[in-house]
Design a protein around this ligand. Sequence first.
Ligand code: FE2
Length: 389
Amino acid sequence: MVGSFKFSPTPSLIFGVGKRKELPKVIKSFGLHSLIITGAGSFSKSINGNQLLKEIENSVGSCHFATVSGEPTPEMIDKIVERISNVPLDVIVAIGGGSVLDTGKAISAMIGKDETIEKYLEGVGTKQPDGSKVPFIAVPTTAGTGSETTKNAVITRIGENGYKKSLRHDNYVPNIALIDPELTVSCGKEITAASGTDAFTQLLEAYVSSKSSQFIDLFALEGLKLSVKYLLQAWKNGDNLEARTGMSYAAMLSGIALANSGLGTVHGFASSIGGFYPIPHGVVCGTLISECVAKNIEKLSKSKSSEGYIKYAGIGRLLTTKNDASNSYYCKLLIESLRGWVDEMQLPRLSSYGIKQEDLNKIAKVTDNKNNPVVLTVDEMTQILESRL
Ligand SMILES: [Fe+2]
């Protein structure tokens, strides 16, 4: 029987190699006044990035520019909103990785609010976002967070009482997501590894989520097939446009999947660890995915007919041409393959960001298990962290 599901809004999607050339026209369709937000990373200095920004500047009426670096903090958003509060704006365009897209999404929602974004963050503030915003175009230059197809912006405050919390409303999904895989070729190996494993983790966690549905599984499974095929290829050879296109498509699908099916314990860790330490989101996901999957499968294996166990086996089956093995074989293959990816792409261990043995229990205690296919205890979560310390 077909189960129930709810499908959140998605942006208008423009996808394909070379589609960035349509961006000036797309921007102008909203009006003459735009704010273009870019990251401080390698993209704006790359040939494709430089050309694109020049074309926008030359063909769009009145352009304001803002450059941001790092994951967005409340102060960063408040400061830019204040700076542009008297500037007429028809559209905001964010061109960059997940942090840049989240920054643009948050700014488009906060213009005109005259209050700090903290008041509207889930679990932090007391106010509900009303959904009003300046139209927003997302142009990803990494294949990772899927922010181009989600309705939330993740805002970070790092420290003892730090957090990673969302500004969320159905209306905050970008009006347009313009995805040109060629824009990701300037990503170096470290970013390709972190963002690619983030996309894979989002797809896998959404696929095995306790909130998953037959309909959203279509998106998650398609993305998983592509990332199994292309993630390592894109990491090994960044100029491989077929692999880059596959990963851009997988990342786009991961945003749709996570917005509807939710995420599991790896993203619970990304949230808790990311609030305490300055560690990139994709690195947390990439470094923990294999051991989290191993722990989930270990617990689920007590009930081999459970949906989660069968689904994990199905993903393991994508990794081999052998089609007559047991689910247990495919689950082991999945775990070993993920461990192989983490080793080969040299995802950093947690200790390289200052995390110590004595911190692990504190992290595990505040980590959310929400939507994980099996509930993990604090001890089990501590063991996962320990294995990647
Ligand atoms: Fe993620």
